[in-house]
Write a protein that binds this ligand. Sequence first.
Ligand SMILES: [Zn+2]
Ligand SMILES: [Zn+2]
Length: 413
Amino acid sequence: MSDFIKCNADLHMHGLYSRAVSKDMVPNIIAEQAPLKGLNLVASADILHLGWQKLFKEQLKKTADEAIFEYSNGTKFILGTELECSNRVHHLVYFPSMSKVDELRERLKGKCKDFEADGRQKLWVNSEELAGLCRDVGALIGFAHAFTPYFGLFGKFDSYKKCYGKYAKDIKFMELGLSADTNMADRISELHDLTFLSNSDGHSPWPNKLGREFNELRIKEITFDEIKKALFREGRRKCTLNVGFNPLEGKYHKTRCTGCLKFFDPKDGVKFKWRCPECKKPIKKGVDYRIEELSDVPVNVHPDHRPDYKHIMPLSEIIALAIDKKNVYSDKVQDIWKKFIAKFGNEIRVLFRAPYEELQQVDENIANYIIYFREEQIQYIPGGAGQYGKLVKPGEKIELDVFNPKQKSLVDF
Ligand SMILES: [Zn+2]
Ligand SMILES: [Zn+2]
């Protein structure tokens, strides 16, 4: 059918009122940066926060659909937020209208210490109660960064069905998080029914953060009902592609010590009761191992509806790697980035679609690195314990600082 559109959507980010978020995270800057990445639709961020709501209403205009707001350049926003429940699990919530946002705020009165303390409110209701409240107001709820040790559902629970109790059947989507991808998450059979989302969880609006993960949705138009159908996989609407980090770049991918940052064999983590024998700081279990613990499906077995997962890395990181710069915001990196965007319009086109010959006309060295990226030749020092993974040039030797129990016992004796 020809009347479907493809919509690139990043459905999770935070505004400047959330903790550790850039002061540039305001609706008009997000809206201006989104098309430079190649995004059509973004999440409204922290819509239960009144200060944020005010900015949002000032800078964006309503559309015919009550859930969708629009900036003058055409970037669209869907009303949504992230909430932390009393189980210390993070949930993504999307609303059909501003009046339903107000209704949920009203229903949560007395169940949150201070709505304005943080854009992402901490609530005194558990996951099941929150799912019930969302259902009552007609909002959609799923879980964010599913596997991360802090605030990921599987950091606390072995099953999302146990977590949401009687409302588990209402859960239709979850977010993979930067440290996992589809190949990893489909190792768990109960997740086969869910739609996977790959979102940035961006805390800064620049295109190395905004849209660093996104979803391609097949819908007829950008409305709440169409997006809901895509998340629920109804009427041929669906997420047709997840685009996200190679999990090696995620902050919690590998098991690692939070103090000395040594990599650990997870079995040694268990043996040492998750406390580093060298620096005595906690060892954080990696998402790769957490999924291994929960897995009941062989590798590369996916449900029929599951779309492909394509790895991406920010263009500015590729440029910084190619010209040996540590800082992606340095003038040198940004100048080259701007030249590519000026020629091709957005990052997604540069990274995935522009022919080599045309890339070469802008900068031959960088063009070669974009090809290395497409051929998955760029290597990673994996992330873990809250540290992002680092890109390494193709062919360069990588030596990881791995905890070696044998060495340790030699020292002891
Ligand atoms: Zn979160
Ligand atoms: Zn340590």
